[in-house]
Design a protein around this ligand. Structure first.
Ligand code: SF4
Length: 206
């Protein structure tokens, strides 16, 4: 049995990426090795965890909700051994999605695999090539349009990504230059590039 440090668990909608709008159970695990200056989930790595839960407790809570899948997020979930949790979620037929910075190895083996992996790389903490290759989608948070060119360095390794989301940083959602720049970038690139949004915040949801 594993005991996971928990920042919070909740039932909401997925607000980002290809699964936006779908009902999701979130398990936000405590601890992060990246510690972004602008982090909007600081309670996931500052102070102490809210509680600890076993993999079966998390899986039971997810299964009891009306969620279509469970999102394992953080903090940085890959600081913890994901295999017991993946096995427990599979045993209750709940699909497992991962949200990670990509800086640590995504620990999958045999049947213990994520159904969906979203990697959100940070420029100051580059992701592993193996994480980029595993990503089903990439998500870049942009506060300055000059970052777009630097993020492009990560694209070639993301061989399996179905989409590459460019999100304005939340504090920049009223900045017309930033929004127009993202829009023009997506239009000029075509392919897998998408203009993204944190939709759950518009719904005042977590
Ligand atoms: S990687 Fe995510 S959880 Fe960790 S500090 Fe950065 S934004 Fe926050």
């Amino acid at each position: 049995m594993a005991l996971y440090p928990i920042a919070e668990t909740f039932f909401s909608i997925q607000g980002e990426g290809c699964h936006a709008g779908r009902r999701a159970y979130f398990a936000r695990l405590f601890g992060c090795n990246v510690k972004c200056r602008w982090c909007d989930s600081r309670t996931a790595w500052e102070g102490l965890p809210d509680r600890r839960m076993s993999e079966s407790e998390i899986a039971a809570e997810a299964a009891a909700s009306l969620a279509e899948f469970a999102v394992i997020t953080g903090g940085e979930p890959c600081m913890h051994d994901m295999r017991p949790l993946l096995s427990a979620l599979s045993s209750v037929n709940v699909a497992a999605h991962l949200e990670t910075s990509g800086t640590l190895r995504i620990d999958e083996s045999g049947d213990s695999r994520f159904d969906w992996v979203a990697v959100s790389p940070k420029l100051f903490a580059p992701p592993l090539e193996s994480s980029l290759a595993r990503a089903d989608e990439l998500k870049f948070i942009v506060s300055d349009l000059r970052e777009l060119g630097e993020y492009e360095n990560f694209y070639p390794a993301a061989l399996n990504a179905k989409s590459v989301w460019i999100h304005p940083v939340w504090s920049g959602i009223s900045d017309p230059d930033l929004l127009e720049g993202i829009c023009e970038f997506v239009k000029s690139k075509g392919g897998k590039y998408r203009a993204g949004w944190q939709m759950h915040k518009c719904y005042f949801a977590r």
